[in-house]
Design a protein around this ligand. Structure first.
Ligand SMILES: N[C@@H](CCC(=O)N[C@@H](CS)C(=O)NCC(=O)O)C(=O)O
Length: 308
């Protein structure tokens, strides 16, 4: 099986969630570095309108959303605890809140001089302006309620206190890490590692846990050119979909699938499969041939094409 290809950028917290999982799983992977904001034409070829990062790829199968990518890593590494669906209902509900409300609080609370300097150092001025404009627009069109700048710091500190209290063992829900640890890590990573903020210093157990999470590293990435990623899709065929996932009444119809919280840009194609947790969309593009794009069902809306 070829190594997973990850389309990501260094300062992206959700990409860090996946990079840390890859490190924990000890998997080699191929790294395609993308810009911090669209346009990203090669991802349009691979995934359609979906505009969030990270996106992962295995040949002609494309995985949108860190939850689907985590399922793929779990299966490859035989580490079922990395798949969100294998956690208990309470842990799943906790992850849903941390991945949305707490994520935005962390992003806003992390904004300090160090983070701005790193952004200046890694982006050109036009890219920085495009990035700022893009994120303001993304916030404006979000249907999820995003915390205000004023609320962000108290929300993060309350979350950190909760994490501190949860850490009665080495990891949040036990002696070994699971999906919830990687979810909780990436927002706090932005504050402690990326912004180098001292905001979290009053939480000793949290810091010791973050040290353990950081020690997993990011696995072994090999840089891959965009053209090579496109060629990998072109030269492969999508995986077969089991007959039990071909029974949904929309199979074969043209549909759109979009996140329902923010960055709600739809991807259009033909519904090729529906598992209990995934929608699988078949798409054609001259640069990649036929690809199957996998989305979570939870948090995404499916509609007949033309209905939005
Ligand atoms: N639910 C998605 C959220 C991903 C997400 O929000 N990623 C941020 C970057 S960390 C994003 O895409 N921002 C807009 C962009 O990079 O264009 C997931 O779990 O992968």
């Amino acid at each position: 099986m070829p190594d997973l290809i990850l389309h990501h950028y260094p300062m992206s917290p959700f990409s860090q969630k996946v990079r840390s999982m890859l490190g924990y799983a000890g998997l080699p992977w191929q790294s395609v570095t993308v810009r911090e904001s669209p346009p990203r034409p090669h991802l349009v070829a691979l995934a359609g309108g979906y505009r969030k990062i990270p996106v992962a790829q295995d040949g002609a199968d494309v995985f949108c959303d860190s939850r689907i990518i985590a399922e793929e890593i779990a299966a490859r590494a035989e580490k079922p605890e990395l798949a969100l669906g294998n956690l208990g209902a309470d842990a799943q509900a906790w992850v849903a809140r941390v991945d949305l409300d707490i994520f935005f609080a962390c992003v806003l609370a992390a904004g300090n001089r160090t983070l701005r300097r790193k952004a200046w150092d890694s982006m050109s001025v036009p890219d920085l302006l495009r990035f700022a404009w893009d994120r303001v627009n993304m916030g404006r069109t979000a249907t999820a309620r995003i915390v205000s700048l004023r609320e962000a710091r108290p929300v993060v500190l309350a979350h950190a206190a909760q994490v501190e209290a949860m850490l009665t063992q080495d990891f949040l829900f036990g002696r070994t890490p699971d999906h919830a640890d990687f979810t909780a890590y990436h927002g706090l990573w932005m504050i402690r590692e990326l912004a180098e903020s001292r905001m979290l210093q009053g939480f000793p157990r949290l810091n010791a846990w973050m040290d353990r999470m950081r020690a997993f590293g990011d696995g072994t990435p090999r840089p891959l050119a965009i053209d090579a990623a496109l060629a990998a899709a072109r030269q492969a065929s999508p995986r077969a979909i089991a007959a039990e996932f071909l029974t949904n009444e929309m199979i074969g119809s043209r549909v759109t699938i979009a996140p329902s919280d923010y960055g709600q840009v739809p991807s259009e194609g033909r519904l090729a499969g529906a598992t209990p947790t995934r929608w699988i969309l078949a798409r054609e593009h001259a640069d990649v041939g036929t690809v199957h794009v996998h989305f979570p069902r939870d948090g995404y809306t499916l509609a007949p094409a033309g209905a939005r």
